[in-house]
Design a protein. Structure first.
Length: 361
């Protein structure tokens, strides 16, 4: 036992007296007891109080302290109690380095917990609104936030250890430029992904047409966006190509403008031609979610008298539009048959000349 005390006295340079050891030991025990009371009693009370509030952020803070493990409390008590002793500089520095590592680890976890809380609140809000908007991008942002937080924590630890991080940051900047040049297309797709998420030209679940491709957006990733085509196949397009193209987003459409034409025979009387306008007006007026804009006898065609009808469907659902158009066609056919109005079809009339004695008749 005497050898142990001799070794301890040698280690700390014979600078402390027994009274200081007693004070340090007492401080250590009191701090451990205080942290234990805080962990087992005060945090439980705070947890009960936070559950009664409508806010969820206070729950996150309580959970953050709840997840701090006992080794940290024990070491923090030991570190504070060592301040009552006069220690060698190298030993004090080593104690400080270990404390920095503990703090960086738990603070980083706490910051990530808070960030994830806001992400979860946003996703839950969208789910309550029956919208899956941006969930894939939220996952990407989570990963980027995690990498950023741990990278900042690493740099702060190096700075606390006395390492000059300025050259490191400068070298990272130069290296970042080289990497950016090498990964120019990938970074272009990444920035396009952020532009899609924040500018929202479309979102997951939207029906879009890009050039000759069309389908429902299923996933927006870091580099590509995946579209479920009408034929069933999956179309994979780079985000930069999407942002540089002209996109028709039919999910954004509040109502659909529909224009269609039909023709009747030239033999149709003027009275019936005028009646056609009223027939079309009555048909569309009696169909729900359809609003008539206009109906006109437009032109004398090659083989028919042509009408043009324009109406609006108060929905962006393509199937509903087709159901309404089908019903209009059925009713037009029914009313025309009743009014004995004949629909035109391509015809060709041939006039023959009969010649007699060299004279045409």
């Amino acid at each position: 036992m005497g050898g142990v005390f001799y070794f301890a006295n040698t280690l700390i340079g014979n600078l402390n007296i027994s009274k200081e050891y007693i004070i340090a030991a007492s401080a250590f025990l009191l701090l451990v007891a205080g942290f234990k009371v805080f962990d087992f009693y005060i945090l439980r009370i705070l947890r009960k109080v936070s559950r009664k509030t409508k806010m969820s952020f206070d729950d996150v803070l309580v959970d953050f302290f709840k997840e701090i493990h006992w080794p940290f409390y024990v070491y923090l008590s030991f570190y504070i109690s060592m301040k009552f002793l006069l220690l060698p500089e190298a030993f004090s520095r080593a104690l400080w380095y270990v404390l920095v590592l503990f703090i960086a680890y738990y603070v980083s976890r706490g910051v990530l917990r808070i960030i994830n809380h806001f992400f979860d609140v946003y996703v839950e809000k969208k789910r309550r609104e029956s919208s899956a908007e941006g969930e894939s991008m939220i996952h990407v942002l989570r990963i980027i936030a995690m990498v950023a937080v741990w990278a900042i924590a690493f740099l702060m630890v190096l700075s606390a250890f006395g390492v000059d991080i300025t050259p490191l940051i400068a070298s990272l900047g130069i290296g970042g430029i080289a990497i950016a040049l090498a990964l120019q297309s990938i970074l272009g797709d990444l920035f396009s992904a952020f532009a899609i998420y924040f500018d929202k030209p479309f979102k997951e679940g939207d029906f879009i047409i890009v050039g000759e491709d069309m389908g429902v957006v299923k996933f927006i990733g870091i580099k590509t966006t995946r579209i479920q085509a009408l034929g069933g196949q999956e179309i994979v397009m780079s985000n930069s190509d999407l942002m540089s193209a002209r996109i028709n987003n039919y999910k954004k459409m509040k109502k659909r403008r529909v224009a269609f034409k039909f023709g009747v025979e030239y033999s149709t009387s003027l009275q019936k031609l005028k009646k056609i306008n009223k027939i079309i007006q009555e048909i569309i007026k009696n169909i729900g979610d359809a609003e008539l804009d206009r109906v006109h006898f437009k032109e004398f065609g090659d083989f028919s008298l042509n009408y043009e009808v324009v109406y609006y469907v108060n929905s962006n659902d393509y199937n509903k539009f087709m159901d309404i158009q089908q019903e209009i066609n059925f009713k037009i056919k029914e009313r025309f048959e009743k009014e004995k109005i004949s629909m035109a079809f391509p015809t060709q009339t041939i006039f023959l000349e009969k010649k007699q004695d060299g004279l045409a008749e």
